[in-house]
Design a protein around this ligand. Structure first.
Ligand SMILES: C/C(=C\Cc1cc(O)c2ccccc2c1O)CCC[C@H](C)CCC[C@H](C)CCCC(C)C
Ligand code: SAM
Length: 230
């Protein structure tokens, strides 16, 4: 899929996105997202960036962490996801208010060395150029700052991998089919098949210039968080 097709896909599924994530992950996605926020090192007063923010779960968690002296920027190229994000955050009257930015994360509209931390949830697997995306994150982070990148992962254990494939094909796609989004959710499995493993992600992060990079598998290896430091 090219970038326009990915953007259109996330525009289309925006109305069902949050609820399906909660149902299909049994609410666990919020725990995985909190892990990424914690490992990004976000603290009160920080200026943080949430890339591929979608409907804004992680940006909201960052806003709670940085408090009213901090700032949070949520970036996504799907205007419909951003509208959902803005609406959800407005209803919570968060302090600080989150700056919602419509942009491609491969060409971020920010100067270099601007952010104290960054997060990305389920975004890296969807960008068309992973190395370029990591280089852009590197460019906008301050020296010493960290980013935590959460995404699905292919587990090493063959039984868990079989379960994951079965779950995606036989639970996720049929659930989405009932809502009219078969193709959109059928895209997850092949995108995961070609997504680099944790070790390869570490190598790409090093290539992008990060001084340290560690991949932490979670949820039996079906998810992973790549933690990188500039
Ligand atoms: C946060 C989740 C999904 C995000 C997501 C990412 C994408 O790239 C998409 C692309 C296209 C359409 C939708 C999405 C999308 O929603 C929720 C995770 C749901 C997973 C499908 C759940 C996978 C669960 C694992 C097999 C392990 C289950 C462990 C559980 C604790 C029992
Ligand atoms: C699976 S959603 C994740 C949303 C949110 N981070 C979460 O964890 O729920 C992926 C998001 O990445 C966005 N995205 C994918 N590629 C992008 C790109 N190149 N630039 C900006 N946003 C992108 C999509 O529009 C979508 O909202």
């Amino acid at each position: 899929m090219n970038s326009d097709q990915i953007q259109a896909l996330f525009d289309r599924i925006a109305p069902v996105y949050d609820e399906l994530n909660t149902v299909l992950s049994f609410g666990q996605h919020r725990i995985w997202k909190q892990m990424a926020v914690k490992w990004s090192g976000a603290k009160p007063g920080d200026v943080c960036l949430d890339l591929c923010c979608g409907s804004g779960d992680i940006a909201q968690m960052l806003a709670e962490k940085v408090g009213k002296t901090g700032q949070v920027y949520g970036v996504d190229f799907s205007s419909v996801q951003l509208a959902v994000a803005r609406d959800r955050a407005d209803r919570r009257c968060l302090k600080p208010p989150i700056h919602w930015v419509e942009s491609d994360v491969l060409t971020l509209p920010f100067d270099e060395n601007q952010f104290d931390c960054a997060t990305m949830g389920y975004g890296l697997r969807n960008v068309t150029d992973i190395l370029l995306s990591l280089k852009e994150i590197y460019r906008v982070l301050k020296p010493g700052a960290k980013a935590a990148i959460l995404d699905m992962h292919r587990p090493n254990n063959v039984w868990v991998r079989s379960f994951q494939k079965w779950y995606l094909d036989e639970v996720v796609v049929p659930a989405a089919h009932r809502l009219g989004f078969t193709e959109e959710y059928a895209y997850i499995a092949p995108s995961l098949d070609k997504f680099p493993t944790g070790a390869k992600q570490v190598s790409l992060a090093n290539q992008a210039g990060f001084v340290s990079a560690t991949h932490y598998p979670t949820a039996g290896g079906t998810m992973g968080v790549l933690v990188i430091q500039k």
